[in-house]
Design a binder for this molecule. Structure first.
Ligand code: GRF
Length: 215
């Protein structure tokens, strides 16, 4: 890939295993993509350690330091903009983002969800799929809109549920898929190959080649 570096701003609240996969597969890989900044709402998020270990700037924005959600998201958006971020990646970020951030990065915020949306949205997608008894669940990467896990779907991959699966055994297989699918989606976006269908703005289209390549 030639041209400028495509810069990611990654928001995490916890372990950050998906941040790690972005660091290994994108930031330290051959693609012209880097993690410009990692932001957390929780000072004890292990993802912050992973960022620092990779020499990536890490910042904490405590919700309690702001008047409301809008103020919190405005401060985060200011930081992302100051870092020249092209794409905001919610990777285990446990807060709903408000228009204060979304309007500053239109069609430039993506989220990773551990189920096949629109099934099992919310904070416990793995547990909910297992408890429901579905035989197939999976992973979704989608654009973020103002709802909870409702934005246009970019990539999905199915994961079979075994009759003897536990939350831990299923979570392990889901995370393995996540660690592959999220970097793949980011590479497609960075290459300019992901858009929304002109006749149905809910629907993502993926071009066969990047816009610069001959069709
Ligand atoms: C992932 O399962 C993701 O789907 C969900 O939160 C989890 C984050 O895991 N949104 P990690 O912090 O990347 O390890």
């Amino acid at each position: 890939m030639t041209g400028p570096i495509f810069r990611l701003g990654v928001l995490v609240s916890g372990s950050g295993s998906n941040l790690q996969s972005m660091i290994e597969k994108l930031h330290s890989g051959p693609a012209a993509i880097e993690v410009a900044v990692v932001i957390s709402d929780r000072p004890d998020a292990y993802g912050l350690e992973r960022a620092r270990a990779a020499g990536i700037s890490a910042a904490v924005f405590l919700p309690g330091d702001y008047r409301d959600r809008t103020g919190h998201d405005q401060a985060i958006a200011d930081e992302l903009e100051a870092r020249g971020v092209d794409l905001v990646v919610l990777a285990g970020y446990m807060r709903v983002v408000t228009p204060a951030l979304l309007k500053r990065f239109p069609q430039r915020v993506i989220n990773l969800h551990p189920a096949l949306l629109p099934a099992f949205p919310g904070a416990s997608g793995i547990e909910d799929a297992l408890a429901y008894g579905v035989r197939i669940t999976g992973v979704t990467v989608h654009f973020v809109d103002e709802g909870t896990d409702t934005g246009p779907i970019i990539l999905q991959e199915a994961v079979d549920i075994a009759y003897n699966d536990t939350v831990a055994s299923l979570a392990k297989r889901i995370h393995d898929v996540e660690h592959r699918l999220l970097p793949q989606a980011i590479e497609l976006i960075a290459a300019g190959r992901v858009g929304l269908s002109p006749d149905n703005p809910r629907k993502v289209t993926i071009r066969r080649h990047s816009p610069s390549a001959s069709e």
